[in-house]
Design a protein around this ligand. Structure first.
Ligand code: ATP
Length: 912
């Protein structure tokens, strides 16, 4: 037998300094009270605040150590790890060595500016993604100082009592002290794909020295997930001392894979680099043939390569995505995978849960039915002020004794309500309030009649049951759940004449009541009870006897006020909305009507009867899926996906994980969602609100539009630079731009204007056109043509002005004018690229202050570069006259006019 590593605590923890025992490696062999004693904790009360802080000082935070970060200076140096940059470096050294100091200085400055820009963009992108990660702080429900609290998981210490339910991620290693039908997915740790059952019972492992993790059924391990049941555990190990910590090295996540758009742009960049390579070689050869010196041509060729290859594109793209997801996070949608931003912008269908997403999840019981009679329930929210009156009367006098009617609602219930505030499930809290209005104090009752066992609520079974031992040794079972489900479990019903066998007439009456309540948008729950002899050997559904239905409650959950507006936005944006709910069809249909969700209502049972083909044919006409189980969500997602839709699907429960993964965009609820759902999702909503999804779609579209804008801007300038030099060369002219000037253009192009385009505010009409075709390439034929056209206009303008100026004002002024014209083309080109898909000269053009400031900046810097003597020495420029400036500016504006001409021609030809 192995020796226990820790010593038992002998001093009472509250009186003396806590010894903060180390992790308990043998806890799985020990009985729960033994573990509790060794860790100095009373499972019923948890640790005291003082114990927690003392232990935290010894054990540190409950988190896995982060991989060592790459130092910032190395990240800066990374910017130079690019063959183009290396060639430029060599060129700078060579230029310096042969005495060409001004070129050497320009190249060095350009390289430094380029590296700083790239570094800054990467850092900004990294920071906003880091900030995003910090928004998804894992929490744990603990018992401390005798009360339940929610704390950050990293603050857990050994000895903490953690409370868990289905869907929760286990926040540390721990010994189970309570386990109600607990099953855990441990694949992350043990590789076992099926959930394993866990229990409190200690097995006799004494004869074995080491029990494999997978067989330690009394333990829960960090980062595994509860897929079923309810559990309590005492934390035995935290942070790197957990089993996960031991293998943490292997689990360290790598960098995020590139998004489809990043892959597309990467391959585009590579093709353009190849094309530029060919162009550069062609240019160099023709310059050599013309008799220019090898050193001049080499430098020029390298500078042209730098200007022609869109090496800045990936950094701007990464920054756009990162800043975009940051903006989304501020609006309540935390995007976990950058690729989802792209899918969000192309979403064609949003499948949304009803409760809490389309509705407020603020439940108030409004109607009670019992013994053949309907009652109205007054009062609002979770305050217990209110009364129960006979339906339709204003009579405030106390109605019949309703204790028995609400007893199952109060006992088969985990919510606590006090002072208008509740802990637990809102539906259950509403039932605690209902019980209070009927004179039943749920908390008191639960302490008087403790549970012997339970069947926790499950969205698939749609009911919950608790077992309570009566003083005479018999067992009372209380059940609450969907009425249609309960009716199949009931043999009797409480009528005005007492308990009677449930016959067809009663069944019809109950279904009519349910339909009536559901039809007015109320969520309907039934309560049933039964008395059994003895105690069942196991608390399973099979142990339930025939039940007596005692009451039915109708609970109001108003639609979210913004949901209706968001729905209208979806309609204009061509995004279909489908409500998917576990609730009754009548309730769902009533809420759908209020929210103007169009389409047929189909229930889970009907879905089961449909073939794949039938569903595929009907699905576009269906607006509401009611009484569905989580597995139906997967079928719905698959069918929609097969029909070519880009699907966003919401979910919160542990069983929703499969559907969240199957959807293009899995959206988990941040408030009510389980850890399992949040982990499976691509987007987590911090406010659970449907309208936040719609805003995220809006943002996704705006981000995509911005990517299009700066890709157009950068590529057309790249093409412009190549064409300018090539066409001049073909026309037998010398180069209109020197190497230093080309490098300068490159900075302007990769720098502020591109970034200003990346953060461009969304156009007003982004949600007024249908989603883009998800199969469409970012550079479709129209955009490719536009890029080529803009590049050609820039080249034509620059070279023509250059040629004319050469014959009129001499070569030096001609080069300065060509350089200035090419630089001034960029502001106009930016405005033209910015108008992609929108109006060219509308009010919208004035809405990006950053862009206008940049463009003004470009102009001011260019004036300085041309007019200031020291800059003239560096860039080889000469001062220009006002007329020459006007000529350059006029020529530069032609790129905007050319775009206008194309648009006019296209609309004249009837093509938008
Ligand atoms: P969604 O969130 O997907 O819109 P929902 O939350 O309305 O669905 P569920 O929570 O799965 O759906 O509830 C389905 C049905 O189960 C409800 O109509 C109700 O009758 C019953 N039910 C809901 N909560 C409980 C509970 N805590 N205990 C027992 N029965 C419940």
């Amino acid at each position: 037998m192995t020796e226990p590593i820790t010593k038992p605590i002998t001093e009472p923890a509250a009186e003396t300094a806590d010894r903060a025992p180390a992790a308990e490696p043998d806890a799985y062999r020990q009985a729960p009270d033994q573990v509790a004693e060794r860790l100095g904790v009373d499972p019923g009360a948890g640790l005291s605040t003082r114990q927690v802080s003392e232990r935290a000082a010894v054990h540190g935070a409950n988190q896995l150590s982060e991989p060592a970060r790459r130092p910032q200076w190395l990240k800066f140096l990374d910017q130079f790890r690019n063959w183009l940059i290396l060639i430029l470096l060599i060129a700078a050294v060579v230029a310096g060595a042969i005495g060409d100091i001004s070129d050497a200085v320009v190249i060095t400055v350009v390289l430094l500016i380029n590296a700083t820009l790239g570094y800054w963009q990467e850092r900004r992108a990294e920071r906003s993604l880091e900030a995003l990660r910090r928004m998804l702080v894992p929490t744990a429900r603990v018992r401390r100082d005798g009360t339940e609290q929610v704390v950050e998981a990293r603050l857990l210490v050994p000895g903490d009592v953690v409370l868990l339910e289905a869907g929760d991620r286990v926040p540390a290693d721990g010994r189970l002290t309570v386990a109600e039908t607990v099953e855990v997915a441990e694949a992350a740790l043990t590789g076992e794909s099926q959930p394993v059952a866990k229990s409190v019972t200690t097995f006799d492992h004494t004869s074995i020295t080491s029990v494999p993790l997978a067989e330690r059924t009394t333990m829960l391990f960090m980062n595994t997930a509860l897929t079923r049941g309810r559990a309590e555990m005492i934390v035995t190990a935290t942070g790197m001392r957990t089993e996960l910590g031991a293998i943490a090295e292997a689990l360290r996540t790598g960098t995020e894979p590139p998004t489809p758009l990043q892959v597309q742009l990467d391959s585009l960049g590579r093709r353009l680099a190849l094309l530029s390579g060919v162009a550069v070689v062609a240019y160099a050869l023709s310059a050599l043939v013309r008799g220019e010196s090898l050193s001049d041509v080499a430098l020029q060729a390298v500078a042209l390569a730098v200007a022609a290859i869109p090496e800045g594109l990936p950094a701007v793209l990464a920054l756009t995505l990162a800043l975009g997801v940051h903006r989304m996070a501020r609006r309540g949608a935390i995007v976990k995978r950058l690729a989802s931003v792209e899918s969000l912008g192309a979403a064609t269908v949003v499948c949304s849960d009803k409760t809490g997403t389309l509705t407020l999840n603020e439940m108030t019981a409004r109607i009670l039915w019992t013994a053949g009679r309907l009652y109205d329930v007054t009062g609002e929210g979770y305050g217990t002020a209110g009364a129960i009156r006979i339906h339709g009367t204003e009579d405030a006098s106390a109605p019949d004794d309703l204790h028995d009617a609400v007893l199952p609602f109060a006992l088969c219930n985990d919510a606590h309500v006090s002072g208008g505030v509740f802990i637990g499930d809102p539906t259950e809290a509403a039932l605690v309030v209902l019980a209070a209005k009927a004179g039943v104090d749920a908390d008191w009752l639960r302490s008087e009649l403790p549970r012997a066992g339970e069947l926790p609520f499950d969205g698939a079974t749609k009911y919950m049951a608790t077992f309570h031992t009566e003083p005479d040794g018999r067992t009372r079972v209380h059940v609450k759940g969907a009425v249609d489900v309960l009716l199949d479990m009931c043999t009797d019903v409480l009528t005005e004449d007492g308990v009677r066998a449930l016959d067809e007439r009663h069944r019809d009456e109950l279904l009519a009541v349910t339909g009536q309540l559901g039809g007015s948008g109320l969520r309907v729950l039934g309560a049933a009870t039964a008395l059994m002899d003895g105690t069942p050997s196991a608390f399973t559904p099979a142990a339930l006897p025939g039940l007596t239905l005692v009451s039915v409650a109708g609970i109001a959950d108003p639609p979210r006020p913004q949901a209706r507006e968001a729905m209208a936005l979806c309609r204009t944006a061509g995004v279909a909305v489908k409500m998917i709910t576990g609730d009754h069809a009548d309730t769902a249909a009533a809420i759908a009507r209020e929210l103007y969700i169009d389409g047929d209502v189909v229930t889970g049972a009907e879905l089961d009867r449909m073939t794949e083909q039938q569903l595929a044919e009907r699905i576009d006409d269906i607006g509401v899926f009611a009484r569905v189980a989580p597995e139906h969500k997967v079928v719905i997602v698959r069918t929609l996906t097969n029909r070519g839709h880009i699907v966003a699907m919401t979910g919160d429960g542990v069983n929703d994980a499969a559907a969240l993964r199957a959807a293009h965009i899995g959206v988990a609820m941040g408030i009510t969602g389980t850890d399992v759902a949040k982990e499976a999702a691509d987007v987590v909503l911090t406010d659970d609100d449907f309208s936040t999804i719609v805003q995220a779609v809006h943002e996704g579209r705006a981000i995509y539009a911005n990517i299009v804008k700066f890709v157009r801007f950068q590529l057309s300038t790249n093409i412009g630079a190549i064409l300018t030099l090539l066409s001049a060369s073909l026309a037998g002219l010398p180069s209109p731009l020197t190497a230093a000037q080309l490098l300068w253009v490159n900075i302007i192009m990769d720098g502020p204007p591109a970034m200003a385009l990346a953060v461009d505010p969304a156009r007003d009409d982004v949600m007024r056109h249908p989603p883009r075709d998800p199969g469409e390439r970012i550079l479709n034929a129209r955009r490719l043509l536009a890029i080529g056209w803009a590049g050609a206009v820039m080249a034509l303008g620059t070279v023509t002005l250059f040629a004319i100026a050469r014959s009129h004002v001499g070569p030096d002024t001609a080069v300065t004018m060509a350089f200035t014209t090419f630089v001034l083309f960029q502001p106009f080109n930016a405005l033209s690229a910015r108008a992609d898909g929108g109006t060219l000269l509308g009010r919208h053009q004035f809405r990006n202050r950053a862009l206008w400031l940049c463009l003004a900046g470009v102009l001011v810097v260019q004036v300085a570069v041309v007019q200031l003597p020291w800059a003239q020495a560096v860039f080889g420029t000469v001062p220009l006259t006002a007329t020459q400036w006007a000529l350059c500016l006029g020529t530069a504006s032609t790129v905007l006019l050319a775009e206008l001409a194309v648009r006019t021609a296209r609309s004249a030809l009837g093509d938008r």
